[in-house]
Design a protein around this ligand. Structure first.
Ligand SMILES: CC(C)(COP(=O)(O)OP(=O)(O)OC[C@H]1O[C@@H](n2cnc3c(N)ncnc32)[C@H](O)[C@@H]1OP(=O)(O)O)[C@@H](O)C(=O)NCCC(=O)NCCS
Length: 163
């Protein structure tokens, strides 16, 4: 009932905003919940203060609530690389990443980026689906790139051209 009311009142809607220095702790927290080697707050602060970094966050409550997702890219002239995208585990499967990525791609295009790259673990089904839906295509493969106790996995390099 509360979830229904939240949806009706728009309180659970996420909004995408530019990442600010004050978002570093929240971004670090989502990153640590999402990856084996989590980024500390200092590392995120360093990335956000780099002029080559473009970052966005998703906040609940139409933009006034907590940060539940982020995306960071490294931009050099007309090329960029997505460094990381992650959604807090309890907020996944609600199209938050899709919305966040779409907004981020629009901003990159507006900045003059024409070629966008990323690397993804071949076994990461959710991320691969997200990227495929957003028009990324596989252009390379590095076997055994991700080393894990349960077995190594390939890294796929993907590219999307922006108009
Ligand atoms: C990958 C990730 C960002 C997706 O976030 P999300 O908000 O749950 O994704 P969305 O709800 O926007 O869904 C996007 C697409 O992924 C698909 N998807 C989401 N979760 C999935 C899952 N567990 N398995 C398969 N597909 C999945 C959705 O169906 C959707 O595809 P569609 O448009 O073809 O239906 C999220 O799972 C995450 O943070 N993972 C950990 C961090 C990570 O792996 N980041 C990527 C590193 S390269």
């Amino acid at each position: 009932m509360i979830a229904l009311m939240d949806r009706f009142l728009g309180r659970s809607e996420s909004a995408v905003l530019p990442a600010r220095a004050s978002d570093a702790a929240a971004i670090s927290s989502v990153h640590c919940l999402s990856f084996l080697h989590g980024w500390g707050e200092n590392e995120v602060e360093r990335l956000l203060s780099d002029r080559a970094t473009l970052g966005h966050v998703s906040r609940l409550n139409g933009g006034s609530g907590p940060v539940v997702a982020f995306i960071l890219s490294h931009v050099v002239n007309d090329e960029a690389e997505i460094l990381a995208i992650a959604v807090a585990p309890n907020m996944r499967g609600r199209k938050i990443a899709e919305k966040l990525l779409a907004k981020h791609l629009g901003r990159l295009a507006a900045l003059g980026v024409r070629k966008l790259f990323l690397e993804v673990d071949e076994q990461n089904a959710a991320a691969r689906r997200l990227y495929a839906s957003a028009g990324f295509q596989e252009i390379g493969r590095r076997d055994g790139y991700y080393r894990r106790p349960e077995g190594n996995a390939a890294a796929l390099t993907m590219r999307r051209d922006l108009a």
